[in-house]
Design a protein. Sequence first.
Length: 378
Amino acid sequence: MKRLVVLIAISLFCGITFGQTLLLGRGCGLNSRDMAKVNTTITRMNGLSTSTGVLSIAGAATIGGGATITGSMLLNAATSIPDSYGWQFKSIWTTSADITSGGTYGIYSQTNVAHSVQNVQGIWGRLGFESLAAAEAINSGAGVHASLCLDDTYAVTVTDNISAFTAYVDGTGAVTAANAASTMNGMKMAWNTITNFGIETNGLFIQSIAQSDLDYGVQVESSSAMTAGLYLNNHASNTPSTMTAGVKMKSAASKMTYGIDMSEAGITGAEVLFQNGGTIDNVDSDSLTLTETNISIQGALWVNGGSVSDFAITDYQMPLLDYWTKTQELNRLPAFEGVDRRNMTQYISGVEETAERLLRYIVELEARITEMEKKVKE
């Protein structure tokens, strides 16, 4: 009877509601003996249990008034309801007035490291498929899902930034690398499977939905010392370590204006630096320079003369090449020896035949040149 009176008094003054939910209000001021009594009753009524430093919630419980739990809390979800959304932990918070300073967090996790650690996370989300008893289907899933939802009626003015996911690295403490694999990252995605899945796989997938408007798929804004805005490191010491293309582009017909646009870049060296030192640069206005010891062109080369004319060097290079080839025949004629009349006669005959062939090629070449001059004038 005495225990019941104590519990009723606590219920009246502290806002504890018995039944399917538990509500702890502000200013309860319970001592350890009374709290033990409450815990005993809660265990029996709401499926909550306590052990050393651990609060286990198996049923439904509501904790209000900014309650603080020191130790660990374990949430055991009830049986899921088919064709509906459920949750193990839910945080709902709605503003009651404008917030001009400070802020709020739906869920705030702070892990303070004061000793050497092997593995530690502020928040860890894991989606596992190790408990399947048979082949199943999944529509959508994520270890951690971040969503940014905007109202379609009222305007929102952004003074800094709003993001579905934000990673922030701060501080000036010294961090050193233990080996070549040591990195520090705002965000890291590690892909570790040898299975060639029957689906397209992406380390990072950014999708803009049809009829939407997105300025940049990825933007790297640098106000610091940065070695590269985008670094593709095909690790040579690992296996298989193959990369078919460093950058691959795909587009429907007439849906991409430029493959690479550097029109707003203030480049001082060269737009393209090749693996063996060759360059293509447009540093000076109205000038495009290809720099390399030997430059080879395979296939037809078309020279655009602007408003004057267009002509292909390939239209005229064959007679020139043939003419050059025939002139080399003079160097292959038999050696002339004055004491050998037969060799001298053969030599003279060869010179006459070569001269005749060269004359025919000269005539053909003149005709081609005349044709080219006519096209240039047009």
